[in-house]
Ligand binder design. Structure first.
Ligand SMILES: CCCCCCCCCCCC(=O)SCCNC(=O)CCNC(=O)[C@H](O)C(C)(C)COP(=O)(O)OP(=O)(O)OC[C@H]1O[C@@H](n2cnc3c(N)ncnc32)[C@H](O)[C@@H]1OP(=O)(O)O
Length: 179
């Protein structure tokens, strides 16, 4: 990470710790409530710049026998670190995402993710997150996976070339349904 990183302030519009964060778009595969094939993740604000996310590991998320698919876990990290960028009040996209898969995660587990912005420089937003199993036979304090991400702030026009391909109606200029 660069040396000249700064941290954004926690903005007034952000919910108090424990408060629910709105989905960023109802058709999102990760969090949308109008996406039947999706993962229906939910998010709450934490202390400072931290954000928490929850994912129930459905049977259909199987990769290896009995365990979550690594790609599904990557989606969850992408989503929660993207949501940590919500403090910025404008849209971001993922530029780079890396995951360490530390422990097997059984189907049926409930995962809790904690993510935050570690620093920013220009349009680059550096984030990190970790996951724990909070419900299920192997629940505990052990960190089962970690992630680091680089998000880029973008202008709403970023999505304009995609207008013909949108599934659903993005109801705000940058594709969020509720913020
Ligand atoms: C309310 C809202 C809630 C928001 C809540 C959101 C939650 C959403 C969660 C899901 C998010 C997704 O999956 S988003 C979907 C997946 N991602 C995408 O579709 C993005 C596809 N890629 C792109 O469109 C583009 O590559 C961009 C926008 C990422 C960057 O292009 P650009 O805008 O032209 O910027 P560019 O000049 O190239 O780069 C700017 C700076 O970033 C650096 N940079 C760019 N890419 C990388 C990279 N991969 N790794 C390292 N560094 C990089 C450059 O070196 C440069 O550094 P320097 O010169 O300044 O030092």
């Amino acid at each position: 990470m660069p040396d000249d990183l700064t941290l954004p302030p926690r903005p007034d519009f952000f919910p108090a710790p424990g408060g629910a964060l709105p989905q960023h778009w109802s058709k999102c595969f990760g969090c949308g409530d109008d996406q039947p094939a999706g993962m229906a993740m939910t998010f709450t604000a934490g202390e400072g710049l931290e954000v928490s996310g929850r994912l129930t590991v459905a049977q259909r998320y199987q990769g290896g026998p009995g365990v979550i698919h690594g790609g599904i876990l990557s989606v969850a990290f992408d989503e929660v670190q993207g949501m940590a960028c919500m403090v910025l009040g404008g849209p971001v996209v993922t530029g780079h995402l890396e995951i360490d898969f530390a422990r097997p995660i059984p189907l049926g587990s409930v995962l809790e993710f904690r993510a935050r912005i570690d620093g920013m420089v220009r349009r680059k937003v550096y984030t990190s997150a970790e996951a724990r199993i909070v419900e299920g036979p192997t629940a505990g304090d052990t960190v089962v996976a970690t992630s680091r991400g680089l998000f880029l702030t973008i202008k709403p026009e970023h999505f304009a070339p995609m207008a013909d391909f949108v599934d659903g109606v993005p109801v705000s200029p940058f594709g969020t349904s509720s913020l």
